[in-house]
Write a protein that binds this ligand. Structure first.
Ligand SMILES: [Cu+2]
Length: 512
């Protein structure tokens, strides 16, 4: 059953809505767009949100609920979930599920505080969800089954209505479970950038590029293939005295790699001129891999982490992003040549995870130089100074159970796999200190839905002012964050590595 069964969405209307409201190109030249002003991070007010749905019942076309007047009005954005092909390189064309015929999906640009409607049309045979990552929106439109957001039925559609905020680099992606099915969830091509723009204040840059890091063609791999920041010679406060050495389960490896929809060398280079300031929006859209990224000969001036401006912008040689994280950085083009921006993991970069930066009138071989080993430290972007004491502290201990799910590892939070019974309770208005204790050797990117949090301590080093929605806890490390409970409703917390989330590494916070 095609989308003819979805009342109110003839294909012509879909195509029109898509092209009118999205910039399909992933690399755009934009003159000094609004970027640097991010307002309203602290001012919290529950936005009106609404979700309308109808379901096409296979074999029962007459059973669909009648569209409401609101539903007949034109949506601001339309996302169509359907199979797509992605030409990573001329001889490497893969099949996956994407949005509006592409993967990554279109860059969506919304205005902070201006309500939007988004129609999501599911042309696949399985229920789907679209999650708006990093937004402060109610659970019913957050796009998360555990928070009771309705699924988009197979061959049906849902209209999401919400008020986007806060301003900054956000993203949208599917939030379904995958388990042992590597054609579901974050293994598919269902992801894209979502830019929430604040009014006023042009940023000081000449052009803007969007770079989504991505692996393709996943397979189960007995070898752990991580890109974790093992150069961390720092303290490991959570390392157990006795390590569990039982046989670990299968993890996920990949055969192909790209930035956006092209493997390195297959797409157009990013053409720059000496003296230009390029604003890069980096997103790690991986289902499972933490990544270090470098551009030899250049430095990244980090302005924002997860879309939120940092108190102390710093220039660094290497960026480190876990799945779900974003970094906004300005790079000054002051080294003429042709350079590779890519992961410092040679196998993945050589298999496609890179993109070329080509200065005008330069036709050299693309250059790559491995960066010096460095330790990614969120605290250098923070400021000194202590936060007020929290109203309560919530300890969370994360452990791996090797082969706990048969072929795969399972994961526990405070000794239990999801779900937990009324264990993580919040009172509205309270300030909570969450102490994340990683008793495993992997780096885990932990994500809190519908809220942001402030990093207050990493392995004993204090900081303040770094606001994030996803944070990597280093192997055997500890990260403490403060969160204001100002978004009533169910709130999912999980590791953003799909396999970890699917096998226990999640918890639901509730407001009492
Ligand atoms: Cu994890």
């Amino acid at each position: 059953m095609g989308h003819a069964a979805v009342r109110g969405f003839p294909s012509g209307v879909i195509a029109k809505g898509f092209w009118q409201h999205t910039a399909a190109r992933l690399e755009e030249s934009v003159d000094r767009r609004d970027f640097l002003k991010f307002g309203g991070v602290a001012a919290i007010e529950l936005s009106a949100a609404k979700l309308l749905m109808s379901q096409a019942q296979p074999g029962m076309p007459g059973m669909q609920s009648a569209p409401t007047p609101a539903e007949n009005s034109k949506a601001d954005f339309t996302l169509r979930i359907a199979p797509v092909t992605v030409e990573l390189a001329p001889s490497r064309i893969i099949s996956t599920i994407g949005y509006n015929g592409t993967s990554p999906g279109p860059i969506l640009r919304m205005k902070e505080g201006k309500p939007v409607t988004v129609d999501v049309i599911n042309e696949t045979d399985v229920p789907e969800l679209v999650h708006w990552h990093g937004l402060f929106i109610p659970a019913e439109v957050d796009g998360v089954e555990e928070e009771n957001t309705p699924m988009v039925p197979p061959h049906g559609h849902i209209r999401y209505q919400f008020t986007p905020r806060p301003a900054g680099t956000r993203w949208y992606h599917t939030h379904t479970m995958a388990g042992s099915d590597l054609h579901r969830g974050a293994y598919t091509g269902q992801f894209g950038f979502l830019m929430i723009e604040a009014a006023g204040n042009p940023g000081n840059y000449d052009r803007e590029v969007f770079l989504a890091l991505r692996e393709w063609e996943p397979f189960f791999n007995p070898e752990a293939e991580d890109d974790d920041d093992s150069s961390n010679a720092g303290p490991q406060p959570e390392r157990p005295k006795v390590l569990d050495t039982s046989t670990p389960g299968l993890e996920v490896g990949y055969q192909m790699f790209s930035i956006n929809d092209k493997s390195m060398g297959a797409g157009e280079p990013i053409r720059v001129q000496q003296g230009q300031k390029v604003l890069m929006h980096l997103l790690n859209a991986s289902a499972s891999m933490n990544r270090r990224i470098a551009l030899p000969g250049h430095k990244f001036q980090v302005l924002a982490l997860d879309g939120n401006p940092v108190p102390t912008p710093q220039s660094v040689d290497v960026l480190y992003l876990g799945p779900g994280e974003r970094i906004d950085a300005i790079v000054e083009m002051n080294q003429p040549g042709v350079w590779i921006l890519g992961t410092d993991t040679d196998d993945a970069r050589n298999a496609g995870m890179g993109i070329l930066f080509e200065y005008a009138n330069q036709h050299k071989q693309p250059q790559w130089t491995a960066p010096a080993k460095s330790f990614w430290d969120y605290t250098i972007f923070g400021r000194a100074g202590a936060q007020p004491a929290p109203d309560a502290t919530i300890d969370m201990i994360f452990q791996k159970v090797p082969s706990g799910a048969g072929l795969f590892n399972s994961w526990t939070v405070n000794g239990k796999e999801y779900p937990h019974d009324q264990e993580f309770m919040l009172k509205q208005g309270g300030r909570y200190r969450l102490v994340f204790r990683n008793r495993s050797e992997d780096d885990h990117p932990l994500h809190m839905h519908r809220h942001s949090f402030e990093i207050v301590e990493i392995n004993g080093k204090a900081t303040s002012g770094v606001m994030k929605d996803t944070v990597i806890i280093p192997g055997y490390g500890r990260v403490s964050v403060d969160m204001i409970a100002d978004q009533p409703g169910l709130t999912l917390f999980h590791c953003h590595i799909q396999q970890h989330m699917d096998y226990g590494f999640k918890a639901l916070f509730r407001y009492s």
